[in-house]
Ligand binder design. Structure first.
Ligand code: FE2
Length: 631
């Protein structure tokens, strides 16, 4: 990695800090899934990004060279300027788990052991060397390795708006821990309890994800979306046979139903016999069994979380909770935790999966190891999770000129927003790129596709013609923060800037059309409210509240839409097609725009209409979708 003169950077940093030297910490997560980097300078989150956005490989697990390069550039640093580098888990402990699991299940575990070993030997056990190499040989100081769940916990607590809080983490697996809890106070976190591999809520949910025909580590979200179509018929069976759930939320799984310790599959034949069918073949229609299993495992996951939350509340005597780990992306469970759980307030790390571990590891070094003071900020200190690169006007212009794109540049923001709001209100699908890219799996109004939530045909049209994804998948709304209570059943002060909570559409907005006699996907076509495109079959919606401080121009766009239509809600879905990482650069956005039935593209102040791009459409290969294997 190329670097600038270390000395010059150091001088600049000193000058910027008024003679004081700033401390720069780089956090890295890699080699499992969702590799990422994050830069924290004097406790301030300066930049963070997932490697997939640059390499265009979804969930890219490689060394995050591009993300690191971006973070350093954003901070004006060369690798040699870094004071600390932190990696998000302990490779030797993880090796220990693989080895012990292999020994426990030998010889059946031998296949998975052999498969995992070359990678471990080649890369993971030589991490320090690999990281130094990735930093261009310019970083010679110490590399810190917090534990995996410490990184998750740090990412949940340190940026949160709470002076003190309970912390709960749930994921697939780190080194040994699969869940943990403890407390955060001021600038310290302490994890006191953990649940250990192979007993794992994340892996249990992933086992059902795999059995119902979706991909592990990316299809969990789809399984959650499928749940409202089914009935939780198997909830009791799961609790009777698959896991022994205790009152405190801890559990032991009956491993004879699972194959992830010894084989390369998630579920065993015994599991398939229990539910009376083989796993669904991917890309076939979900079966009634899949809808019902989705509903059932969702209920079980919620029950585990609720019990754990009640226990943690009692044990820690804290009335606020911070959550992280991949399971914390289950926004349906989060919504229930907020409504029915014992905590006054909850903050969830928006990059709750392993990408967020990079941020947690860096913050862990600053607060926990260097013992630096932590100042709680109103809202939080995650900056709306808008921590990625922005597309500069000149970069956009040069790119569009090079492509011969036909576009209009709006000097005046008011005119720009009026034009875009007009497009959305007349049922155009708009690709929207503005400001800094999101860190975490959700698009939050910087790299989003926007459409009219009032339109009855929009949900299926968007799935079919723009996203090329499964028809049952719901869309999420962005709603003006001050109007959230008018549309959804939340308290007026409720914020959900990271789209991590589900709430119901208010009763008076619902339609009473009967769903009697309809099963599964048939329910999809029933209009459920005056915002049909974002109202799921059970009236739920995965809401993002949008405010001017965090979201700037995106907020003002929805205001312009509200002025025009009276409606404070738009559809917000990530700017990509199925299997594609969210777009990063103007080029990514432009290609995705041309390859889909999107009607307009907004790149900062430039607006492109599809109908004007005839020549470009013909020149762009129609195989954009094929570049991205379905997820
Ligand atoms: Fe994790």
């Amino acid at each position: 990695m190329g670097g600038r003169g270390t000395r010059a950077c150091e001088d600049a940093r000193r000058a910027a800090a008024g003679g004081r030297t700033l401390t720069a910490i780089l956090g890295i997560s890699a080699f499992y899934h969702d590799s990422a980097a994050a830069l924290v300078v004097d406790g301030e989150i300066v930049a963070a990004g997932q490697e997939e956005r640059w390499t265009r490989r979804k969930h890219d697990a490689g060394f995050p060279t591009n993300a690191i390069r971006y973070c350093l550039a954003e901070g004006g640093l060369a690798p040699g300027d870094l004071d600390h580098v932190a990696f998000y888990d302990k490779p030797l402990l993880k090796f220990d788990r693989l080895l012990e699991t292999f020994l426990a299940f030998a010889p059946r575990g031998f296949a998975s052991f052999l498969r995992a070993m070359p990678l471990w030997v080649r890369e993971k056990l030589h991490l320090p060397r690999l990281i130094r190499k990735g930093l261009g040989g310019q970083y010679a100081k110490r590399i810190v390795f917090p534990e995996h769940h410490e990184s998750h916990a740090a990412s949940a607590f340190f940026p949160s708006p709470f002076e003190q809080a309970a912390i709960l983490t749930f994921d697939g697996v780190g080194e040994w821990a699969t869940a943990s809890y403890g407390t955060g106070r001021g600038n310290r976190i302490e994890l006191t309890h953990e649940l250990r591999f192979p007993h794992s809520l994340g892996l249990l949910y992933s086992a059902f994800t795999s059995y119902t025909g979706f991909r592990v580590n990316s299809g969990e979200y789809k399984l959650m979306g499928l749940a409202p179509y089914g009935e939780p018929k198997y909830e009791r069976l799961i609790l009777e046979k698959l896991l022994d759930l205790k009152e405190d939320g801890s559990f032991r799984m009956d491993m004879s139903y699972f194959d992830y310790c010894q084989g390369l599959r998630m579920t065993s034949r015994k599991f398939h016999r229990l539910f009376g069918a083989p796993p669904r073949t991917p890309e076939t229609e979900p079966r009634p069994l899949d809808w019902d299993l989705a509903a059932s495992i969702q209920k079980v996951a919620e029950e585990v979380l609720l019990r754990a939350a009640r226990h943690v509340r009692r044990e820690t005597d804290m009335d606020r909770l911070c959550l992280a780990g991949g399971v914390a992306l289950n926004c349906v469970a989060n919504g229930r935790l907020l409504r029915e759980g014992p905590f006054r307030d909850i903050w969830i790390q928006p990059a709750a999966g392993d990408a967020g571990g990079a941020l947690g590891a860096a913050l862990f070094v600053w607060h926990q190891l260097l013992e630096k003071h932590r100042t709680v900020q109103a809202g939080d200190s995650q900056h709306g999770s808008l921590l990625g690169p922005r597309c500069g006007e000149e970069e956009i212009k040069a790119f569009l000129d090079g492509e011969g794109a036909v576009c209009t540049r709006y000097e005046d923001e008011g005119a720009l927003l009026d034009a875009v709001a007009g497009l959305v209100a007349s049922e155009h699908v708009v690709g929207w790129v503005q400001g800094r890219m999101e860190f975490g799996p959700r698009a939050l109004g910087s790299r989003s596709i926007i459409a009219d939530a009032r339109s009855t045909g929009m949900q299926s049209a968007l799935n079919r013609k723009v996203k090329f994804r499964e028809s049952f998948r719901p869309f999420a709304p962005s709603v003006l923060r001050e109007r959230v209570h008018d549309v959804f059943e939340t308290t007026p002060e409720r914020e959900s800037p990271y789209m991590l909570l589900v709430a119901a559409v208010r009763k008076e907005r619902r339609t009473t059309e009967s769903m009697d006699g309809l099963s599964g996907i048939e329910k999809l076509n029933v209009v459920r409210s005056d915002l049909p495109a974002i109202t799921h079959v059970d009236y739920s919606a995965r809401i993002q509240t949008v405010d001017e401080r965090r979201h700037g121009r995106y907020y003002r766009l929805i205001r312009a839409f509200e002025r025009r239509t009276g409606c404070p809600v738009v559809i917000n879905t990530s700017f990509n097609v199925r299997g594609e990482p969210i777009v990063c650069s103007p080029e990514d956005a432009y290609r995705c725009f041309l390859a889909t039935d999107m009607d307009a593209l907004v790149l900062e102040r430039f607006v492109l209409l599809k109908k004007d791009q005839r020549a470009a459409r013909e020149a762009v290969p129609s195989d954009h979708r094929k570049r991205f294997p379905p997820d």
